[in-house]
Design a protein around this ligand. Structure first.
Ligand SMILES: Nc1ncnc2c1ncn2[C@@H]1O[C@H](COP(=O)(O)OP(=O)(O)O)[C@@H](O)[C@H]1O
Ligand SMILES: [Mg+2]
Length: 251
């Protein structure tokens, strides 16, 4: 035995896909996230739960670099990432399905999907990914020439996820995919998210609908006024008494 050597700072995060260490963020003078620690391992589906205004969207924006960190560090694929621009993070494998879909309404379905592969030059692989997306969402294939903005909410959610997949991401970040969708459709979209995840893409999904998110995710974190108050395997959170009272609609 030669004794344990200290792990170098940068190597520590190497087998983690994403790591937030003590992340704090502000909007001007107002602190939103406080000392947040979060980890996503390769291949995982992790959900972020919490009430309205708890800081869920801010967490997603911080991961993407739309909001800067005022303290703490973030690593993506073992690399220090809080100093990277949003474009650099996307180049390294992040993709976002923003709140309320945010597809390009004046572009066709095809053009929206092409925007997702815009940073790539591997034409053969892009074609493969397009047929994969159209196999997940045959509806999009039937509507390639239609303007995105004329599709239903559910179809726009499919398009937003399809567009994200067209970048062949390592990590998909989703902000409340269930919002404004009928329950049957919510189930359908989570089923597809799970299928995508089972093919090896890691997923970080922000949700107010804790029941559906915990029924498909591997692990979850719960935010309350910008702090992580609970975390663990999804099946444990589903049966946690505090969770039931606060977020799962049971007494
Ligand atoms: N651009 C912004 N400027 C100032 N405050 C903001 C901004 N965006 C969000 N906030 C505030 O930050 C807090 C967390 O918001 P958000 O992350 O959107 O919460 P959630 O997604 O959980 O509903 C809220 O109090 C919200 O009002
Ligand atoms: Mg939000």
């Amino acid at each position: 035995m030669t004794g344990a050597r200290p792990v170098p700072e940068t190597a520590e995060g190497r087998d983690k896909l994403l790591e937030l260490r003590g992340v704090t963020t502000h909007y001007g003078p107002i602190r939103v996230l406080h000392d947040v620690d979060m980890t996503i391992y390769p291949g995982e589906m992790v959900c972020l739960l919490g009430g309205n205004a708890s800081g869920k969207s801010t967490t997603l924006k911080t991961i993407l670099g739309i909001v800067g960190v005022s303290a703490g560090e973030m690593y993506f694929g073992g690399e220090r990432a809080d100093t990277l621009t949003t474009a650099e993070r996307i180049e390294r494998g992040m993709a976002v399905v923003p709140e309320n879909r945010r597809i390009f309404p004046k572009m066709t379905v095809r053009e929206n999907l092409e925007m997702g592969s815009y940073l790539r030059s591997d034409r053969g692989a892009i074609r493969e990914d397009l047929s994969y997306v159209l196999s997940l969402f045959p509806r999009l294939g039937e509507r390639m020439g239609q303007l995105g903005g004329t599709m239903s909410g559910g179809e726009q959610q499919m398009l937003a996820l399809g567009r994200a997949l067209m970048s062949r991401p390592k990590l998909i970040l989703m902000d409340e995919p269930s919002m404004g969708l009928a329950p049957l459709f919510v189930e359908k979209i989570f089923e597809i998210i799970k299928q995508v995840n089972e093919r090896g893409v890691s997923v970080f999904v922000v949700e107010q609908n804790a029941n559906i998110a915990l029924s498909v995710a591997d692990r979850g974190y719960v935010l309350q006024t910008g702090e992580v108050v609970l975390s663990g395997p999804a099946h444990e959170l589903l049966h946690d008494e505090g969770m039931k009272r606060a977020y799962l609609g049971e007494v």
